[in-house]
Design a binder for this molecule. Structure first.
Ligand code: HEC
Length: 134
């Protein structure tokens, strides 16, 4: 019986000594939970997601729009489906790409920077597509 209690107290000492430095296990756990939450939810038929045509996607990518925008979801900037609801004309959207008006979107903390280097015809193609999302 005595032998057992000595073994146990050794085990307790050992555990106490180790518990200080075991932060590694917790950090691996957090990264697995993040993965699980990024799976897309596309089940609701009433909020069917807009598909971005390949040519438009190429323009959005080339002109860095995708850094801040997604067609369906709010990122740094509003989703393009939300922009479509504002009923702009394509010309107005082109203007807003060159000269954004952050006051139109008061809930957004980071304002859009004007992108005067986007070629006009590319801006117009993007604008026509946004208008078509209504
Ligand atoms: C640095 C991040 C960023 C980039 C890059 C960016 N946007 Fe934006 N965009 C925003 C934010 C934030 C808003 C909302 C607030 C604002 O207008 O400043 C916005 C708003 C808009 C609006 C709505 C304008 C309005 O006043 O209703 C349009 C249209 C738009 N962006 C198109 C584009 C297009 C097209 C591109 C690429 C050529 C682009 N954005 C690139 C962040 C960005």
């Amino acid at each position: 019986m005595k032998k057992v209690s000595i073994v146990l107290s050794f085990a307790a000492l050992f555990l106490a000594a180790c518990s200080g430095g075991n932060t590694n296990t917790t950090s691996t756990e957090t990264s697995t939970t993040v993965d699980a939450t990024t799976t897309e939810v596309t089940t609701d038929p009433t909020t069917a997601e807009v598909e971005v045509p390949a040519d438009i996607n190429a323009l959005l990518e080339k002109n860095t729009c995708l850094t801040c925008h997604n067609a369906n979801e709010k990122v740094v900037g509003p989703a393009y489906v939300e922009v479509a609801k504002r009923n702009y004309t394509p010309e107005q959207i082109v203007e807003l790409i060159y000269k954004p008006k952050p006051s139109n979107w008061p809930d957004y903390q980071t304002p859009m920077i004007g992108l005067p280097n986007v070629p006009k015809e590319e801006a117009l193609k993007i604008a026509n597509w946004i208008v078509s999302l209504k």
